[in-house]
Design a protein around this ligand. Structure first.
Ligand code: URA
Length: 210
């Protein structure tokens, strides 16, 4: 059985997602909203991290507090749109390491082509949050997860903004062990592999490169 798909339907996420989808949203506005949603998604995707007791001194007395135990986090944005989530997530998870995975979609085949990969060497000991706003064909996500697994990652979570049903199916067939968090599941993919109704090309909208 495939791992879970969690739609984060928090009102703040849904409100900001609607603002961000709007074709009239400026590049700066789009980038800011993506960062803010990244922060909110980081809150949800880390909800079940295990805690351990820790003794601390308050100004009044000693007490047992709780801190996140065990495995450390890696944020792994898929270039380039995945970077849009990074600052927002790092503001909540400042000690996370960052892996970069450079993949582009061949416009003819829609296949993922890798051009860059740099990750911490101890991936096997870490929880890896793979970031890409758009889970469309899932070619990039599937390739990125394969690469991270080859490098030892075992505990992976995928975080996106929008997912297409076709992308979810392909992702789950290739990586049934990896749970997905998304802000919405849209209707379908068009003939060019764009999510409908979607938001257009996330990378172009983030960087103003259209
Ligand atoms: N990548 C995007 O940026 N947008 C889509 O709709 C699909 C893939």
């Amino acid at each position: 059985m495939a791992a879970s798909v969690t739609v984060v339907d928090h009102p703040l996420v849904q409100h900001k997602l609607t603002l961000l989808r709007d074709r009239e949203r400026s590049t700066q506005g789009f980038r800011n909203l993506l960062n803010e949603i990244g922060m909110l998604l980081a809150y949800e995707v880390t909800r079940d991290l295990p805690l351990e007791p820790v003794m601390i001194e308050t100004p009044i007395q000693t007490m047992e507090g709780r801190q996140i135990q065990g495995k450390k986090l890696v944020l792994a944005p898929i270039l380039r749109a995945g970077v849009g989530f990074l600052d927002g997530m790092l503001s909540l998870l400042p000690s996370a390491r960052v892996a970069h995975i450079g993949l582009y979609r061949d416009p003819d085949t829609l296949e993922a082509v890798e051009y860059y990969f740099k990750a911490p060497s101890d991936l096997a000991d870490r929880t890896v949050l793979v970031l890409d706003p758009m889970l469309a064909t899932a070619n990039s996500a599937v390739a990125a997860l394969q690469r991270l697994k080859q490098r030892g990652a075992q505990d992976l979570r995928f975080v996106c903004l929008l997912a297409a049903p076709e992308g979810i199916a392909r992702f789950q067939a290739a990586h049934p062990d990896v749970p997905i968090w998304t802000a919405a599941i849209d209707s379908h993919l068009d003939d060019h592999g764009y999510i409908v109704p979607g938001l257009g090309d996330a990378g172009d909208r983030m960087y103003g490169t259209r």
